[in-house]
Design a protein around this ligand. Structure first.
Ligand SMILES: Nc1ncnc2c1ncn2[C@@H]1O[C@H](COP(=O)(O)OP(=O)(O)O)[C@@H](O)[C@H]1O
Ligand SMILES: Nc1ccn([C@@H]2O[C@H](COP(=O)(O)OP(=O)(O)O)[C@@H](O)[C@H]2O)c(=O)n1
Length: 196
């Protein structure tokens, strides 16, 4: 008996580009389950008895990327626990370590579709994250100090990964600077054209 592998879409883009916002709309419109690497890490940080709590908080506050052994296991466990078969994996893979770890642990077990790249200028990203902080996100990294580090990590470590997928013809790029409604119009077109 052949069991179909889960379908995976990676959702990438700068901090505050609107990945989470668009993912929740995609979930409402198409049959996808949203798994945010950042959300899973924040949950693990707060879990009583977690051996990684302090490490995760240090990485998040400093805009650094948590070692993939932690993140990939959280993603795999969440996929299994959901029992679902279509996933938006948001904020991952974010550096070479993430990508290598995924390739070691997961790539054989899934049916990778494409990367959704929410492309957004630095100024807009910073403004959105600060706005999110001011409207009570409770996040310890939505402040100017952490944001400078997050943007630098994005430029140095995450953009090369997006470029790698682009070179393989696996990226669907979206201009994420218009309002959320307009961005979703473009997102919808891509999902429909991709047969979802
Ligand atoms: N297209 C948009 N236009 C304006 N604000 C947006 C847009 N998309 C998201 N936002 C706001 O910007 C902030 C960051 O969005 P979020 O979806 O959390 O980004 P990410 O998951 O990429 O970090 C949130 O406060 C959100 O409400
Ligand atoms: N694959 C990932 C994703 C997030 N993270 C951490 O979680 C933080 C927040 O990521 P996020 O995806 O929730 O938020 P944004 O920076 O995209 O707004 C990152 O700055 C990293 O410190 C990580 O270490 N590895």
């Amino acid at each position: 008996m052949s069991v179909e592998k889960p379908k995976i879409v990676f959702v990438l883009g700068g901090p505050g580009a609107g990945k989470g916002t668009q993912c929740s709309r995609i979930v409402d419109r198409f049959q996808f389950t949203h798994l945010s690497a950042g959300d899973l890490l924040r949950e693990e940080r707060s879990r009583e008895g977690s051996e990684f709590g302090n490490l995760i908080e240090d990485y998040i506050r400093n805009g650094k990327i948590v070692p993939v052994e932690v993140t990939c296991s959280l993603l795999e466990n969440a996929m299994k626990a959901s029992g679902k078969s279509r996933f938006l994996i948001d904020g991952f893979p974010r550096n070479q370590d993430n990508l290598d770890g995924w390739n070691r642990q997961m790539s054989e077990k899934v049916d990778f579709q494409f990367v959704f790249f929410f492309d957004c200028g630095e100024d807009v990203c910073v403004k959105r994250c600060l706005g999110r902080g001011q409207s009570g996100s409770g996040r310890t990294d939505d402040n100017l100090d952490s944001l400078k580090k997050r943007i630098s990590t994005y430029n140095n470590d995450s953009l090369p990964i997006i470029k790698f997928f682009e070179g393989a013809g696996q990226v669907k790029r979206i201009d994420a600077s218009p309002d959320a409604e307009e961005v979703f119009g473009e997102v919808e077109k891509i999902f429909v054209a991709s047969g979802f």
